[in-house]
Structure formats: C-alpha cells, structure tokens
Design a protein around this ligand. Structure first.
Ligand SMILES: [Zn+2]
Length: 283
C-alpha cells in the first residue's frame, strides 16, 4: 500500500475540558488502542505535534479535522496552523450564519479545506435554501462538503434531518459540488447512500464510525463502488488509526480498491498529491 497516501477523512480534536458525557464514554471505550492520551499534554491540551507523531507511527499521511458541535472553527484552524498534514474543516450552521456564501468565502481564505454540516444536531435539512449560497461558493472553490448522514448518540440528535433524499436534491442542483455523506447512512440508510453515490458523479460515501468487519455485509457490492468510498475513523471515538487502516487492508477487496478507499479518492477530493508522505511510513 506504500505507493498511495492514507487519509483519515474524519477525526475530531476536542480538548478534554469540552468533552460531554458521550465523549468520555466513547474516548474511554477505545483508549487502549486509539492513542488519544498520548496526544494530550501535561496541561490537558491536545498537541498537534503529538498527533502528527501518532499518525507517523500508525501510517497515516493526512487527517481531516472536523469541527462538529465542538470545538469552535477558530480552534480547529489554529490547531492545524503549522501542520500541513492536518486539514481543518469548518462547521456551518445556517441558523447562526446570516450569509452562508460569505462564510464560505471567508473560510476558504482562512485556509479551511472543507465544510462540515451536522443536520441531525443543528436541525436543518441539507437542501435548506439558506445553504444554497454556501454550495455555490464551495463549488466555485472546490471545497468539499461533509454531511453527517446517519445516527448519532449525542443528545438532541434527530435522524429525520439526515434523509439522503435531501442530498439527492443538492447533488442535482450543484453538479460539480463534492458532497460526502459521513457515516454512509449509519443505521437506517446504507442502501440509499450506496445508491446515491453510484448515481451522482459528485456524491461520495464516507465510512467513519462503521464497524469495518461488517462493511461487506452492509455494502456487499463495495468493490464496484470503490471510486466513491472514502475511509475515515471518527477518531478518537474509534479503535484507532492503525486498527482502522489494517481493517480495510484485511478486507477481501482488490489492492486497487483498497488504495482508493484508504486515500486516493480523498486525495482527489482534497486536491492533495497522490503520493504518500514519507514520514508516515515509519512502520
Ligand atoms: Zn464525527
């Protein structure tokens, strides 16, 4: 796998003082293998250098740092500032952004590499007209939109806002906008997400937060859709970078399909080089 990059499209960096009850549960469930506590310093802050060192040890070239309910967009941007292998994503909530088009221009200028929508938590549909200026600007700038599509354990989540039919409408209205469905419809809409990513040239499914051992049960035809599947972990609420990567490598899929899922597709979406970062191959 050494000739193509490995990209984790979905991780969260939140300092411990902001963790909610669910964060504690998830982070501690996986603490033996996630390496989370190795990247938190003596003052209880997450350290970008330590995170990159962990990525090196576990064979990861790039990570997308997703702003969700926490932390702030500013925190995520600052965290990634001197680390070209950490790619910040801004969260957009149409209820608190008076002009989502202006916000997209600002985020692109600041250095964000993508935008995250959390419809289940912020309670909007992704085809909400307030988001259309965002989609126009993101499309013009090649910024991918990562949308949470599926279940969530966090308080106040409402599944109805994740209906993939709303993604279909956005995909039809913005033919060159890169739309990535995080969690690929977890729990409710796997078939629909698979279908949509086959149907629309610009729609991808991202598989973070799904048990990899069940992946081919959830998506028996995964090999045929290998151009449209993007790997991510949802770290630190996941068994870890290496475990996730090795889980994909162990699947009965072609070598070419695994390389696409583990990084080549993401590299194209993010306009990154299609070659690995050498220091991430320490193992
Ligand atoms: Zn997440």
């Amino acid at each position: 796998m050494a000739s193509s990059p490995v990209i984790d499209f979905h991780i969260h960096v939140i300092d411990p003082w902001q963790w909610e009850k669910e964060h504690y549960e998830l982070n501690n469930r996986f603490k033996e293998t996630s390496g989370l506590y190795e990247v938190i310093d003596e003052e209880h802050h997450t350290d970008p250098k330590r995170l990159v060192a962990l990525m090196d040890r576990e064979g990861i070239d790039y990570c997308c740092l997703i702003t969700g309910r926490y932390p702030t967009n500013e925190f995520t941007l600052n965290f990634c500032r001197d680390q070209p292998r950490l790619l910040p994503f801004a969260r957009c909530n149409p209820a608190t952004e008076p002009d989502t088009g202006e916000a997209a221009r600002r985020w692109a200028a600041e250095g964000f590499r993508g935008i995250k929508l959390i419809p289940h938590s912020d309670h909007f549909y992704v085809n909400d007209p307030r988001l259309y200026p965002l989609y126009e600007e993101a499309s013009a700038r090649g910024l991918p939109i990562l949308m949470h599509i599926g279940s969530s354990i966090f308080l106040g989540s409402k599944l109805k806002y994740c209906d993939p039919l709303a993604v279909d409408e956005v995909a039809a209205d913005f033919r060159s906008l890169k739309l990535i469905m995080a969690h690929a419809g977890r729990g409710w809409w796997h078939e629909q997400c698979f279908f949509l990513s086959r149907l629309h040239r610009n729609v991808y499914m991202e598989i973070s937060g799904l048990p990899i051992r069940n992946l081919l049960t959830l998506f028996p035809d995964l090999e045929r859709n290998a151009d449209k599947v993007i790997w991510g972990t949802d770290w630190p609420g996941a068994p870890g970078f290496r475990k996730g990567r090795e889980g994909i490598e162990a699947l009965p899929l072609s070598t070419a399909a695994k390389a696409k899922i583990l990084g080549l597709n993401a590299a194209k979406v993010l306009n990154l080089p299609l070659t690995p970062v050498t220091s991430a191959r320490a193992d």
